[in-house]
Write a protein that binds this ligand. Structure first.
Ligand code: NAG
Ligand code: NAG
Ligand code: NAG
Ligand code: NAG
Ligand code: NAG
Length: 400
């Protein structure tokens, strides 16, 4: 009952009950003018119909009709970005983006001097027409705002803006050839579906504050660091010109922090290989225990290779870390081969060397044995250190 009475009074006179002890007169005037303004603006306004000029032939060149308005403007501005997840095997990148979008609606423009100089007001997004921002080529777009509480700001030029917070998961082809010293470049694309690019022009920009260097640090995660962020607009072109679409593209370049792989894979492999080579060539050890050392090492390397395989897409390229482990594996196999061969060689050569003894053959006989093993061990150790050095060099050289 009270509600009905209240409504009747409200609609009938637009009189606001106003207590001068609580509110200053200026505030009262403002509310009354704003009420008048929104009443006039929304009178006959249909938020489900777009203001986009549609009398355009998509097959004609842009601007063929000099009297037609310019293409409808729609802009997105990136405020903040946060890398959430990089999934290398699936070649996907997920980011959370804070974006401001703005556009114009000529039906919501007014002469501010007629309404007490009110230049802007705020309203629920459902009251005005809004373009539907979509992610292009993304497999997931989650709008993190509650649909019931989305607000927009409208100003007297008919300029409308709002703020959106989305999580986008976009596919991103990964080049893991330099893994774990790799960079990846991923694009997050936005479009306005169903509007042709002759009707709507998309602008995208990055808020200048974001481009200041110290903000970069916070945008990656513990494994990936953001090294570049750029924006551009591309038009998806088709030969017939009919399905052309403007795409607003944000491109991120991320760089992996290789430290984890250095102390989890590269350094342990190096130590294991150095020790195993000593073990395999150990003087006086019997053949079986030398072989055991070698086989244990090979199993360890294979296991490490498996750990790495979980982090890379299943493409044909062998990443640098894989090459490193495979070379280590090869060194171990060569070590086992040499040890086995030297004992066989001595058995096989002994009769010949015994038969015609010369100074040279006696020297040869002593050499094929511990001195040869020692030489091979040194060569293989040097080689192991060299490839470890190359990996460390890559790491340090890349850090600059
Ligand atoms: C608002 O509109 C009403 C009637 O349309 C008018 O009487 C009133 O003066 C207007 N208020 C302002 C502040 O313009
Ligand atoms: C759209 O943006 C362009 C470039 O900023 C500007 O020149 C043009 O006037 C805008 N058009 C409308 C309808 O606002
Ligand atoms: C806005 O209204 C004022 C007061 O009526 C008038 O003087 C002015 O010319 C109007 N401005 C425009 C752009 O129509
Ligand atoms: C960032 O990316 C843009 C666009 O790809 C490029 O022009 C610019 O040189 C890059 N900046 C750096 C520091 O790599
Ligand atoms: C060593 O043996 C080979 C064949 O067994 C023979 O041809 C050669 O003449 C011998 N050399 C000497 C110095 O006896």
């Amino acid at each position: 009952m009270f509600f009905v009475t209240f409504t009747v009074i409200f609609i009938g006179s637009h009189a606001l009950y106003y207590n001068p002890e609580l509110y200053v007169p200026k505030y009262h005037d403002f509310i009354e003018s704003q009420t008048n303004l929104t009443r006039d603006l929304f009178n006959g306004y249909d938020p489900t119909v777009s203001p986009v000029y549609s009398k355009i032939d998509p097959l004609q060149p842009l601007g063929y009709d000099p009297d037609a308005p310019k293409r409808y403007n729609y802009s997105i501005m990136l405020y903040s970005l946060k890398l959430v997840e990089v999934n290398e095997p699936a070649e996907k990148v997920a980011v959370v983006m804070e974006i401001m979008e703005y556009w114009y609606d000529i039906r919501l423009s007014w002469n501010a001097s007629l309404y007490d100089d009110i230049d802007t007001f705020y309203t629920r997004q459902s009251n005005v027409w809004s373009p539907t921002l979509s992610a292009f080529g993304a497999d997931e777009l989650v709008d993190l705002r509650d649909p019931d509480f989305r607000m927009v700001c409208v100003n007297s030029n008919g300029y409308i803006y709002d703020y959106i917070s989305v999580r986008v998961s976009s596919s991103c082809p990964m080049n893991v050839y330099k893994f774990p010293f790799d960079y990846q470049t991923c694009q997050i694309k936005f479009c306005l579906p169903i509007f042709n690019s002759v009707e709507i022009q998309i602008f995208n920009e990055i808020y200048v504050g974001v481009l200041m260097s110290d903000l970069w640090e916070t945008m990656g995660n513990s494994e990936w660091k953001l090294t570049n962020l750029s924006n551009r607009v591309e038009t998806l072109q088709y030969n017939d010109g009919f399905g052309n679409l403007d795409l607003g593209i944000f491109e991120i370049t991320i760089k992996r922090n290789p430290l984890y792989y250095i102390y989890m894979i590269i350094f342990p492999s190096f130590i294991i290989n150095v020790v195993s080579i000593i073990g395999v060539f150990l003087k006086g050890a019997d053949k079986m225990s030398r072989l055991n050392v070698g086989l244990t090492n090979i199993m360890t390397m294979t296991f490490i290779l498996g750990v790495m395989a979980d982090k890379i897409p299943r493409t044909g390229t062998i990443p640098m870390l894989g090459v490193y482990i495979i070379v280590n594996l090869a060194i171990m196999i060569i070590a086992i081969g040499i040890v086995t061969m030297i004992t066989e060689l001595r058995h096989w050569l002994a009769p010949f060397l015994k038969r015609n003894e010369t100074k040279f053959s006696r020297k040869l006989e002593t050499f094929i044995g511990p001195p040869l093993e020692f030489t091979c061990a040194i060569i293989l150790e040097v080689f192991t250190c060299a490839i470890f050095g190359v990996m460390i060099g890559f790491w340090l050289g890349d850090d600059k």
